[in-house]
Ligand binder design. Structure first.
Ligand SMILES: Nc1nc2c(ncn2[C@@H]2O[C@H](COP(=O)(O)OP(=O)(O)OP(=O)(O)O)[C@@H](O)[C@H]2O)c(=O)[nH]1
Ligand SMILES: [Mg+2]
Length: 301
């Protein structure tokens, strides 16, 4: 499985050099934190947050080489909400509705979630409510076969709200613990498509009060801060309860997660660190920050 350290290599390289220079400089005559602030902004931490965390750094530290990085790590960690447990075994199935723009990694994430839930001893059911194109449900079916997971798929062109409704019925009938609903990719700027999602959400609630218990958006880390505008628009249509950051392995812009947390107050639940079923890790804010800053033991904790 991919590790936080290797996944964050590119983002880290930008930040840790600046941090090392700042930490290594003599306390009295060292460079100012501006370089560090700039490197955070290059990693897509917003200017306001970068300024805020750098401002809070101690100007005098007993041991700059260790105190400064740890003070920075603590300040950055404090911005991120703690990640709640992704699922609990309850009375009947709970539903996760997975949304996002085209190509963000939704279908792959649904498969990864099913894999992880099964590992946690739950019985997941996948639902392909991406009826927009045949390839959408085929892709999820292939994943389900590979994982040995049950799947309910709508016919191409079928109403995704009806497919989701039936799938939740199937989850109840079959005694599944978790229903994971994959939806078609949609541009957040297209109103009718966003309304379709509202309808999917509503029909799940009609089938079972309280459903969906979770609505997670999959955001491609490569988009950096552009992903935040997407998340906000989705949040207005279907209230989000969590974020999955996909493709963190290939990105140099993981810093947008701080702005996301600051502005949306929605926790990141998982991070996608590769294309395999096992490449999904619970988001751990301490590891993420330590991985970003290049602190040695990011993977050892
Ligand atoms: N490196 C990497 N690639 C990923 C990750 N997650 C998904 N991908 C790849 O991204 C591409 C798109 O993934 P999909 O899961 O099909 O995305 P989608 O959001 O379902 O796409 P649409 O249904 O077309 O909107 C695929 O090639 C995936 O293998 C990840 O965490 N890391
Ligand atoms: Mg898909």
């Amino acid at each position: 499985m991919a590790s936080w350290l290797s996944a964050l290599a590119r983002t880290r390289d930008a930040i840790s050099g600046a941090l090392r220079r700042l930490a290594g400089a003599p306390a009295a005559a060292g460079p100012d934190p501006a370089e560090l602030e700039e490197s955070l902004v290059r990693a897509d931490v917003s200017a306001a947050i970068a300024a805020r965390v750098c401002e809070g750094l101690p100007s005098r530290a007993r041991d700059r080489a260790t105190d400064l990085p740890h003070a920075l790590a603590a300040a950055m960690e404090a911005i991120l909400p703690a990640t709640p447990a992704p699922w609990t075994r309850g009375d009947g199935p709970s539903t996760i509705l997975v949304v996002g723009v085209n190509g963000s990694g939704k279908t792959t994430t649904c498969a990864k979630l099913a894999h992880r839930a099964a590992q946690d001893g739950l019985r997941p059911l996948l639902c392909a409510a991406d009826t927009f194109r045949a390839a959408g449900s085929d892709q999820l079916r292939i994943w389900a076969d590979r994982l040995g997971c049950e799947v309910v798929a709508g016919a191409t062109g079928a109403d995704p709200a009806a497919v989701a409704y039936d799938a939740l019925g199937a989850a109840v009938a079959r005694g599944s613990d978790l229903l994971i609903v994959d939806t078609a990719g949609r541009m957040h700027t297209k109103q009718p498509l966003m309304q379709e999602l509202v309808k999917v959400r509503r029909s799940l609630g009609k089938r079972r009060p309280g459903a969906p218990e979770a609505t997670w958006i999959v955001l491609d880390a490569a988009l950096g801060r552009n992903a935040i505008a997407q998340a906000k628009t989705f949040h207005e249509a279907v209230p989000l309860t969590g974020v999955v950051v996909s493709k963190l392995d290939g990105s140099a812009k993981g810093g947008f997660v701080f702005t996301l947390a600051d502005e949306l107050k929605v926790p990141v639940v998982f991070a996608g660190l590769g294309e395999g079923a096992g490449d999904l890790v619970p988001f751990d804010r301490a590891r993420f920050v330590r991985g970003l800053l290049g602190l040695e033991d990011a993977d050892a904790r």
